[in-house]
Ligand binder design. Structure first.
Ligand code: 6PG
Length: 466
């Protein structure tokens, strides 16, 4: 009896994903070079009877039903190419390889073209939701051959998270579209995380909130329109005690954030496309600033900081909730704007509504707000930017005022709010019919005869400025 689904890479994600597949009634076979991981999976899956694993790649491949569906959950990079090469001698035309990692999208295009020549179907399918998501229901973002998707669809729909019964997976588009969408998901993730950390800092510094008060503030917010996975885990983090007995764990954690590259790729590619996503860019930059801890300690001694003027706790919390909601909207708006543009540039034919829908549950950026976002795009398929949706005007108008007050207060008091202020500045610029870039055009023409256009007539102009 052959198996329905194969999985390469039995780390935590891979093991959890395969158990999820088996839980949903499909037989699944795992492969890893590491015998301990193979043994661990067999043991954890023993009660399921439909789970098996091997350290032998030929045994693995030959155990799978055709067309074989082989998912890779291995670290992005050369390892993916290595695994593909090791599968090639045993797989057949029509088989399907699915890369579930955070591969860079151009790598996926290269692999897809390479395998296409061998009549092997290749999917880049971003998986979001961490280890728990893999086990209980992730959001999955697959891109590749539409006809081959029919073979993996039943399995993916069964294992994915559900939002009111709807699976958080859908065929997104050809080639690297799935990896691209996951990359932008992660860019948005970076943005939302940065914003959450700023609001946490602001409440502490400008409101003297204790961790306990912060915990209850974030959990209250999570009951309302800010309901989201990241706000929820923030509230949990803030009540976690340190196992070493040093009080609250969050206060013992070194303030240097690491990154594996997906946020940076989102920013780099947005620059290539010419789409502004400053709320995401600054989140990448702030991880970089955070890493300069030694320099920051030296600089802290060189410069004075104003004494912070405390605000009324209740008032501050109310404004902070509005500012966080405002900047969450702006961050999603920027990420989705990038997706819409990338779709044209790379011929992905993406449907933003579908993407917003499969993000409503399972993934790291899941949030109540995504239901509203998917409705806005449903109402207008060609919406270039969420800020242009009539359904969002009131949400934005009613929260931008508090954002202004808090950004101003933080600036006057030396509290860095780069994500909030970048979101506000983006909003103010995007909603300005006239920007001062006329002056930049004049300067360009002044020093380099780069020419300019005019408001009052068509054509290309140049002035002898001196
Ligand atoms: C997810 C996450 C996941 C990854 C994080 C961490 O959607 O489940 O995005 O893919 O663990 O993106 O990334 P950094 O290490 O770059 O913060």
């Amino acid at each position: 009896e052959k198996y329905d689904f194969g999985l390469v890479g039995l780390g935590v994600m891979g093991r959890n994903f395969i158990l999820n597949v088996a839980d949903n009634g499909f037989s699944a076979y795992g492969y890893d070079l590491d015998a301990e991981k193979v043994a661990a999976l067999k043991e954890e899956g023993s009660h399921l009877a439909k789970v098996n694993a091997s350290t032998n790649i030929k045994t693995f491949v030959k155990s799978l039903k055709e067309p074989r569906k082989i998912m890779l959950l291995v670290p992005a990079g050369k390892i993916v190419d290595g695994v593909i090469e090791s599968l090639l001698p045993y797989i057949d035309r029509g088989d399907i390889i699915i890369d579930g990692g955070n591969s860079f999208f151009t790598d996926t295009d290269r692999r897809e073209a390479y395998l296409h020549d061998k009549a092997i179907n290749f999917f880049g399918a971003g998986v979001s939701g961490g280890a728990k998501g893999a086990r209980l229901g992730p959001s999955i973002m697959p891109g590749g051959s539409k006809s081959a998707y029919q073979h993996i669809k039943p399995i993916f729909e069964a294992v994915s998270a559900k939002y009111k019964g709807e699976p958080c997976v859908a065929y997104l588009g050809p080639k690297s579209s799935g990896n691209y969408v996951k990359m932008v998901h992660n860019g948005i993730e970076y943005g939302l995380m940065q914003l959450t950390s700023e609001v946490y800092d602001l409440l502490k510094k400008a409101g003297d909130f204790s961790n306990e008060e912060l915990h209850s503030t974030f959990s209250k917010w999570n009951e309302g329109r800010l309901q989201s996975f990241l706000v929820e885990i923030t509230s949990k983090i803030l009540e976690q005690k340190d196992d070493l007995g040093k009080g609250d764990l969050v206060d013992q954690i070194l303030d240097k954030a690491k990154q594996k590259g997906t946020g940076k790729w989102t920013s780099q590619n947005a620059m290539d496309l010419g789409i502004p996503i400053p709320s995401i860019d600054i989140a990448v930059s702030m991880r970089e600033v955070s890493a300069l801890k030694d320099e920051r300690i030296k600089a802290d001694k060189l410069y004075d900081r104003p004494e912070v003027e405390l605000l009324d706790k209740e008032e501050l919390a109310k404004m902070a909730e509005e500012a966080l909601y405002f900047s969450f909207i702006i961050t999603y708006a920027q990420g989705l704007h990038q997706l819409a543009d990338a779709s044209r540039e790379y011929n992905y034919n993406l449907d933003v509504t579908t993407i917003a829908k499969i993000w409503r549950a399972g993934c790291i950026i899941r949030a109540g707000l995504l239901a509203d976002i998917s409705e806005a795009f449903e109402a207008d398929k060609d919406l270039p930017n969420l800020l242009l949706s009539s359904q969002f005007v009131d949400k934005v108008k009613s929260t931008v005022g508090s954002t202004r007050k808090l950004v101003a207060h933080a600036a006057a008091n030396g509290i860095p709010l780069p994500g909030l202020s970048n979101s506000l500045t983006y909003f103010d610029a995007y909603t300005s019919s006239r920007l001062p870039l006329n002056l930049i055009q004049a300067q360009r023409d002044f020093f380099g005869s780069h020419t300019y256009e005019r408001l009052d007539q068509e054509g290309i102009f140049h002035t002898e400025w001196e």
